[in-house]
Design a protein around this ligand. Structure first.
Ligand code: DGP
Length: 113
């Protein structure tokens, strides 16, 4: 997708600090970390939000979710981690290519905000 920063990262046109990659997803460190460990799991298929996701893309997201516990373990997040999927502007979504934030490496408390 033209002008999508995450598509450019997936294509290798913009460098990233890569944590994991396979045919379905790229996982890399967030440029502006909000926790000691903050990565983004990005499905390789381009779509902006869950509302635009088709069945094939949903299968890809499922494979991302299945892989995340192992990736989190490899990142040393044995004590837990938080997943965030911002949907739209009110949620603070700034990159309109669906992505799953993986946050951890510290006690983030019980409050979500
Ligand atoms: P969201 O607000 O949910 O759309 O999160 C987008 C995240 O993407 C935000 O935490 C910052 C991160 N980000 C934006 N541009 C880049 C980039 O070029 N490289 C990396 N590694 N992260 C980026």
């Amino acid at each position: 997708m033209e002008n999508c920063i995450f598509c450019k990262i997936i294509a290798g046109e913009i460098p990233s600090n890569k944590v994991y990659e396979d045919d379905d997803m790229l996982v890399f460190r967030d440029i502006n970390p909000q926790a000691k460990v903050h990565c983004l799991c990005v499905p390789k298929s381009h779509f902006a939000t869950l509302a635009e996701m088709d069945e094939k893309q949903a299968e890809q997201v499922k494979r991302c979710l299945v892989k995340i516990p192992g990736i989190a373990k490899a990142l040393g997040l044995e004590n837990g981690y938080r997943l965030i999927v911002n949907q739209g502007r009110d949620a603070g979504q700034t990159v309109f290519h669906l992505h799953i934030h993986i946050l951890g490496g510290e006690n983030m408390g019980e409050k979500l905000l």
